[in-house]
Design a protein around this ligand. Structure first.
Ligand code: HEM
Length: 377
């Protein structure tokens, strides 16, 4: 026998779905928490996007040193903590799917449509984000582009939805309920699950809690020289040219003097040691002690000064992260090095031997490894 989906009038829905947590007050509190979480993800996501693709008129500061580490950590760990909130919210409101008639007027139809867009975009962001940080590239599209544009759709739909529901939220949140019906316990339970997600993942970026990071895809302290590696020299196809004794660092482009420096030439320049994190776009981060020569010292040798825009190019034949721009705030920063060593040893091949960039407040994908040329534009 086929069971029919119940068709219920709005006021019958409450009678059918008897759980006390299918409730306006619960939905309002969860909605507010989700609003804050999505806005935080949007702002921190845009920071990541515009750091990697700055408009011509803007340059990111190189300080505070760990700003990107913080914003991207917040993005990913906050995003993971949002998953239980969204699951609870969807469970709280799903009886509304069974209201009959589903559409009461043209305005109601538009509002319902927007809610579907909001739910779809939220699920898309959380699922693709989760798959991406788990290195499971199961989707047939480029994650970053899809994730970026969907975030505008999500935030647009969220703002309209919040405006529509605001009166209801104010009414339910501002007034004290006659009886709690265990709502507070339910909300605390959901907050507790989100808290557990944070506790078991945040150690991938907040090193003192590394031991608790059992659910994090990456844990600090692993990898050659005690530091994680996302792309090895083998995967990047540079093992040959990076080990070649004829390797030279070329400094070229709009320079007074072209340079071609061997590894010994670089080692003979004033050496500096800095403690800086690698902060990956995927949310993990870890500090290392780097030593090498200041990029600004090398550029000065080539007669470069002022507001020049610089590009560092890797030995890789291609790929999205073959080169990266280093704007004046970054190349002039005394902490920005052409690193030759890490944690007291010569740089490991997978960390960018013979020479890599390490700079403050910058995504890991822009800390270019296996540098072959510094080009002044
Ligand atoms: C579980 C939740 C989420 C995870 C794990 C996650 C993960 C990520 C990751 C790994 C990136 C870096 C991509 C890259 O540069 O290669 C990123 C970027 C971004 N995320 Fe999320 N995200 C989540 C939720 C969200 C949500 C809810 C929004 C919007 C409300 C959002 C908006 C963005 C934006 C705008 C970017 C920048 C994309 C770009 O560089 O073009 N994310 N996210």
């Amino acid at each position: 026998m086929v069971r029919r989906t119940p068709r219920l009038k709005p006021d019958e829905v409450a009678g059918r779905f008897t759980s006390r947590w299918h409730d306006e007050r619960v939905a309002s509190w969860l909605g507010m928490a989700l609003g804050i979480a999505f806005l935080t993800a949007f702002v921190t996501g845009l920071i990541s996007h515009f750091m990697q693709h700055p408009p011509d008129w803007a340059q990111w500061p190189s300080r505070p040193v760990g700003l990107y580490r913080l914003t991207q950590g917040l993005h990913v760990i906050g995003g993971l903590a949002t998953i239980p909130l969204l699951a609870a919210k969807l469970w709280t409101v799903y009886p509304k799917l069974f209201q009959w008639p589903p559409l009461r007027s043209a305005g109601h139809a538009v509002e319902r449509g927007l809610v579907f867009v909001l739910v779809g975009a939220s699920l898309f962001q959380l699922v693709t984000g989760l798959l991406n940080i788990s290195y499971w590239y199961a989707f047939p599209f480029f994650f970053t582009t899809a994730h970026y544009w969907t975030s505008y759709i999500l935030i647009g739909a969220l703002l309209i939805h919040a405006a529509n529901e605001w009166a209801k939220v104010r009414r339910t949140v501002m007034t004290r309920p006659e009886d709690g019906l265990g709502r507070r316990g339910f909300l605390l339970g959901v907050a507790g699950v989100s808290g557990v997600v944070v506790l078991t993942t945040v150690g991938e970026t907040f090193t003192p809690l590394a031991r608790l990071a059992v659910l994090a895809p990456r844990r600090p302290g692993r990898g050659p020289q005690g530091l994680l590696v996302n792309r090895s020299a083998l995967a990047a196809g540079v093992t040959g040219p990076a080990r070649d004794p004829r390797w030279r660092l070329r400094v070229t482009g709009r320079v007074e003097r072209e340079l071609s420096l061997s590894l010994d030439d670089l080692r003979a320049l004033p050496r500096r040691s800095v403690r800086l994190p690698i902060a990956c776009v995927e949310g993990w981060s870890a500090e290392g002690t780097w030593d090498g020569v200041r990029l600004r010292d090398v550029l000065r040798l080539a007669g470069v000064d002022g507001d020049a825009r610089v590009r560092v190019e890797s030995l890789q034949g291609g790929g999205a992260f073959r080169s990266s721009h280093v704007d004046p705030p970054h190349w002039r920063d005394p902490l920005t090095l052409l690193a030759l060593g890490l944690n007291g040893e010569p740089l490991h091949l997978d960390h960018g031997y013979p020479c890599r960039l390490i700079a403050p407040n910058r995504p890991g994908v822009m800390q270019t490894k296996w540098i072959g040329a510094v080009v002044v534009e």
